[in-house]
Write a protein that binds this ligand. Structure first.
Ligand code: IMP
Ligand code: MG
Length: 179
């Protein structure tokens, strides 16, 4: 385990098993369709890559870069679209793949935006869910794991752009961010 981690909460094996389970369920919903799978960069990359490999329906891939965070661990309250989609979402069945829902600000805003743009449907798939931190009215349709109010890293998730490549998810030591 990396020295900056307090404890590992999900191992590589647990992540793999749960991602497969979720993807198989989502896949069934889209029989006969061609969903546009939108990954929210950068946090979702590893989950996204694992998730899409278990879909059997034809998919198109697209990405957005949005941020509601600076380099800290507390939401700054402003959604910033740094990179928009390449594809038009009008009439499309969209699957948003996100790393974690915290306050819900990012996904509440994104979901409304894509529906305003004419998406036929928007499904939210998230790796982690911090239910007790929710401030905005949004629920994941599919969620791999619920976690408490702790800052986690690894499997795509960062603290100040560090730790994304760790193959597991761990709680970051508070001493690292001075908490
Ligand atoms: P929300 O808009 O408050 O729901 O924040 C969602 C975003 O905050 C996620 O996409 C992450 O980038 C970031 N975030 C929230 N909690 C954590 C965490 O524990 N570790 C790493 N990133 C987090
Ligand atoms: Mg993110």
């Amino acid at each position: 385990m990396h020295a900056d981690c307090e404890k590992i909460i999900f191992t590589e094996e647990q992540l793999k098993a749960r991602t497969t389970e979720i993807a198989v369920e989502v896949d069934k919903l889209y029989a006969g369709k061609r969903p546009l799978v939108v990954g929210i960069l950068k946090g979702s990359i590893i989950f996204y890559a694992d998730f899409i490999r278990h879909l059997t329906v034809p998919v198109e891939l697209d990405f957005m870069v949005v941020s509601s965070y600076g380099s800290g661990t507390v939401s700054s309250g402003k959604l910033n679209i740094k990179k928009d989609l390449d594809r038009d979402v009008k009439g499309r069945d969209v699957i948003i793949v996100e790393d974690i829902i915290d306050s819900g600000f990012t996904l509440a805003n994104l979901k409304s935006l894509l529906l305003e743009r004419g998406a036929a449907s928007v499904l939210i798939v998230t790796l982690l869910n911090k239910e007790e931190r929710r401030e905005y009215d949004i629920k994941p349709d599919y969620n791999c794991f619920d976690i408490g109010d702790e800052f986690v890293i690894g499997y795509g998730l960062d603290y100040d752009e560090q730790y994304r490549s760790l193959p597991y998810i761990a709680v970051l030591k508070k001493s690292v961010y001075g908490g």
